[in-house]
Design a protein around this ligand. Structure first.
Ligand SMILES: Cc1cc2nc3c(=O)[nH]c(=O)nc-3n(C[C@H](O)[C@H](O)[C@H](O)COP(=O)(O)OP(=O)(O)OC[C@H]3O[C@@H](n4cnc5c(N)ncnc54)[C@H](O)[C@@H]3O)c2cc1C
Length: 575
């Protein structure tokens, strides 16, 4: 096993991880900073995939109060209000930083101001973008800066365990596997940032990048941290449905299509959204996904079992100009987005849930910080389109600043607990040690996981389905434990890594299902057919899950309305 020391260890190289690295370096240039990432720096994760854009209150007529109220109301009063307030206020400085310090080029109005487009669920057009390929612009500029500044990189290194001190009173570092060689590496660090980006890839249809398997959430759970709002999984209404033979199925067709006036049609080519919601296609993602799922359950589907999106009524030329990337993506799969119909299906997109954290990104474990999609509490029951990349970049920057300050006052290299390292290595080695006679493909287990989560822990849930899902998840986990690998080589053994991916996905799925069972109401992304009412907003509570031995403990904690109470508004005209 290799051992390395660094001052700051950042796990993940998306918007959160890279912003943290740059801010930590700017705040404390004397620190050694290392970014460890499962893929290649700048080339993996979901920030790169951001299409639609970045929410920020810039234009005259908009305000941080309006952005805040949209976030709270969209999140169905479950967001932590201080976290949401920090998001909307700091997004302004972050977008200027992206533009003026990092060199991002966003689309402009004829008068030179930044163009901001409509995104569903918001009362103002505030989404900053670069065509429909905003994430590539942001990640390229971030990666250039990280490369240029001598920040340490451990590429194709996956984190497999957070390692505390023997006393368990602080983080000591993380155990990684160098995926290229299969060698273990123990990295000691004064502070660790968890920024592996969540990602609900346990559902049959999903949008996130293939490197994401909820590793950070599983690591945090095993380290004894509490995860909140885990039942809140966002389905994006318009995942491309192009058959089972292509990995393009499930990839997202951006929200701006509905924002711009696109229609959703059922298999009979009838527009159905006005029957479900007065805002029709511009309703928030949760409403639209549920309406689509209901339409699909009723059998009014397209040839591949989904629904259609139609844009042609907005003028094919206009659609081609506004949504170039989307039109080309659809054309690659044989669909004419500008002039015809494209088959779509709701697709698992984002986890509102994650590690409980404070406004400065600290967690309950001293020295461990969290930012981006691994964190929970900013969005509550539903995330507004455009608030995801704002969240990862705003809080990534805050984490970098906070880590630098923390290291200056309390940072020291601590000895990692050797028993934890040994236990983690034993866990990783399990499939390697099985006898060859027990080996088989992991695909049937992945299919089982997809089916369980899509059918029983997906868009519409009930107690019977959730109970059955929890039992099925235990069974899948047991089957994984008895699985051996066909190839026991350590060099870039993707089956081995896939085994770990599936273990982490099952562990996280279990938390989603248990939290969904514990929440006996319906709110935002979480809909219980047996408890369809939201209940009084004044009594809002969020789920908090923690591992106690092998058991998961779920408690309900009250939401603190620190800035505005249900029924009130921060907007002048509403007051
Ligand atoms: C298709 C798509 C479109 C989207 N469009 C928008 C949009 O228009 N607007 C918006 O606001 N949001 C959008 N989002 C959401 C947005 O991308 C995310 O909220 C945000 O980018 C997450 O940033 P992050 O830094 O937390 O994670 P990511 O950017 O996903 O980065 C996670 C990093 O962690 C690494 N990693 C994972 N596991 C490990 C491990 N075990 N060890 C080491 N490294 C690890 C990954 O390789 C990756 O580098 C979109 C998401 C998708 C999937």
């Amino acid at each position: 096993m290799r051992t390395l020391d660094t001052d700051v260890l950042i796990l993940g190289a998306g918007g959160a991880g890279l912003f943290a690295a740059l801010h930590a370096q700017r705040a404390a240039p004397e620190l050694s900073i290392t970014v460890a990432v499962k893929g290649l720096l700048g080339k993996c994760g979901c920030t790169r995939m951001v299409q639609g854009g970045y929410n920020v209150a810039l234009a005259p007529g908009d305000s941080i109060e309006r952005h805040f109220m949209d976030t709270i109301e969209g999140g169905k009063w479950l967001p932590d209000q201080d976290l949401a307030w920090t998001l909307v206020t700091r997004a302004i400085e972050r977008i200027h930083e992206l533009e003026n310090e990092l060199g991002c080029f966003f689309d402009r109005n004829p008068d030179g101001t930044i163009h901001q487009k409509a995104f569903a669920g918001q009362t103002f057009d505030r989404t900053v973008h670069k065509g429909d390929l905003t994430g590539i612009e942001i990640m390229n500029r971030l990666a250039e800066q990280v490369w240029a500044r001598g920040i340490g990189r451990l590429e194709e290194h996956r984190a497999v365990e957070l390692v505390k001190t023997s006393a368990g009173d602080a983080i000591a570092g993380a155990l990684l596997i160098d995926m290229r060689s299969g060698e273990y590496a123990m990295v000691r660090a004064k502070a660790v940032l968890l920024a592996t980006g969540g990602g609900p890839t346990m559902y049959r249809y999903h949008t996130p990048s293939g490197d994401k398997s909820c590793d950070g959430l599983a690591l945090a759970l095993r380290a004894g941290l509490a995860l909140r709002d885990m039942e809140m999984v966002q389905f994006h209404p318009t995942g491309l449905l192009a058959g089972t033979q292509t990995r393009m199925t499930g990839t997202v067709l951006e929200e701006g299509l509905r924002g711009a006036g696109g229609y959703l049609l059922n298999g009979a080519k009838e527009r159905f959204m006005p029957r479900y919601d007065p805002k029709a296609e511009r309703a928030t993602r949760d409403f639209v996904s549920r309406a689509m799922f209901s339409e699909m359950r009723a059998g009014r589907t397209t040839p591949h079992g989904g629904l259609y999106i139609a844009m042609a009524h907005l003028g094919p030329e206009n659609v081609r100009r506004q949504f170039k990337g989307m039109v080309e993506r659809c054309a690659d799969c044989g669909f004419d987005l500008a002039g015809g119909l494209v088959e779509v299906v709701p697709t698992a997109h984002y986890m509102m849930g994650g590690v409980e954290f404070a406004v400065d990104c600290s967690t309950s474990l001293p020295g461990l910080f969290v930012a981006g999609e691994d964190s929970g509490g900013v969005h509550g029951a539903n995330r507004l389109g455009g608030n995801g990349v704002a969240n990862s970049t705003v809080y990534g920057g805050i984490a970098g600043d906070a880590i630098a300050a923390w290291i200056r006052s309390e940072g020291e290299l601590r000895d990692p607990d050797s028993a934890t390292i040994e236990a983690a290595r034993e866990w990783c080695e399990r499939p390697m040690r099985r006898k060859a006679s027990t080996h088989g493909s992991l695909e049937p287990l992945r299919e089982k996981l997809y089916a369980t989560m899509w059918e029983k822990v997906g868009i519409i849930r009930d107690a019977a389905g959730l109970d059955a899902a929890i039992a099925e998840l235990h069974a899948i986990d047991r089957e994984l434990d008895s699985q051996a690998l066909a190839d026991s080589s350590r060099t870039f053994n993707l089956s081995w890594h896939d085994w770990m991916n599936l273990k982490n996905l099952v562990a996280t799925s279990r938390v989603i299902a248990e939290a969904a069972l514990a929440r006996k109401d319906s709110r935002g992304a979480h809909f219980r057919e047996d408890f369809p009412q939201t209940g009084p907003l004044e009594a809002s509570a969020f789920t908090s899950a923690r591992l106690a031995g092998d058991a998961l403990e779920i408690s309900m904690k009250p939401v603190a309305f620190t800035r505005v109470r249900p029924g009130e508004s921060l907007l002048q005209e509403a007051a």
